[in-house]
Design a protein around this ligand. Structure first.
Ligand SMILES: Nc1ncnc2c1ncn2[C@@H]1O[C@H](COP(=O)(O)OP(=O)(O)O)[C@@H](O)[C@H]1O
Ligand SMILES: [Mg+2]
Length: 236
């Protein structure tokens, strides 16, 4: 099943002479469980693509479907809930809350969702799996970059999102920690049957994923899958 579908998606920032076409006519399908790498030079539109998929911003044109629901048809309130339940975000700068310890940072997305019971067993499992259970009472500034990124990954996974979006998650990490974090993402993709879309500058890392999408100047120039799947690869 395609978990994600983009149809003719365009994003233009700014007005008139200040207009920037960040994405042009993007067509893309991602299957459930795929680990997709998005590569491209700085300014090519990678973060814009991720932000649109995650509902942090709206396309200027085109439609985005997640689990067959058109994200643009949701009201603001519906979108907030839909996003919280289906999408996890990991950023390069970790974006942890400095005043909360590791455990509370990870549990935070769950506390927003009043209807949802906090599954402490699952949080413990995540923290153990990511090797940060022992650090659960520490604060972000007491951790290394790699440890902070693991906390951010645990937080992104706490809601068991169908799609994990990661924008240069290893951008600030040394190569050994990068390998470690990549391993954790892959394990989680497999174990929880998650779909991961990860932006990276690093072509070597990208090549270890199921599929590599190259973006140039707002267009997908290649995006072949390593294994056969339904649905074509949109190329503009
Ligand atoms: N909020 C914004 N307002 C205006 N222009 C933007 C904004 N965000 C990104 N851009 C522009 O859109 C293009 C794509 O940016 P971005 O998606 O951040 O690229 P990447 O993540 O590949 O470096 C760039 O030309 C960038 O300057
Ligand atoms: Mg970017």
């Amino acid at each position: 099943m395609s978990i994600l579908k983009l149809q003719n998606v365009e994003k233009i920032y700014g007005e008139k002479e200040n207009q920037v076409k960040a994405l042009r006519k993007i067509d893309l399908q991602v299957e459930e469980g795929e680990f997709v790498a998005v590569v491209g030079t700085s300014g090519s539109g990678k973060s814009t693509l991720l932000n649109l998929i995650g509902g942090l911003d709206n396309p200027t044109q085109g439609k985005i479907f997640i689990k067959n629901r058109e994200v643009g048809s949701l009201s603001r309130k519906e979108l907030t809930i839909f996003r919280r339940r289906n999408i996890g975000f990991v950023f390069q700068n970790y974006s942890l809350m400095p005043v909360l310890n590791v455990y509370d940072n990870v549990a935070l997305p769950l506390t927003f969702d009043k209807g949802k019971h906090i599954n402490r067993k699952y949080i413990e499992e995540l923290l153990r799996e990511l090797g940060i259970w022992e650090k659960r009472k520490k604060y972000p500034n007491e951790l290394s970059g790699g440890q902070q990124q693991r906390v951010a990954i645990a937080r992104a996974l706490a809601n068991k999102p169908a799609i994990l979006l990661a924008d240069e998650p290893t951008g600030n990490l040394d190569s050994a920690t990068t390998v470690e974090v990549m391993g954790l993402l892959k394990a989680s993709c497999k174990k929880y049957r998650q779909t991961i879309i990860m932006v990276t500058h690093n072509e070597a890392i990208a090549q270890t994923c199921d599929r590599v999408i190259h973006i140039e100047d707002g267009c997908i120039v290649t995006g072949n899958r390593r294994f056969p799947a339904k649905g074509g690869d949109g190329i503009c």
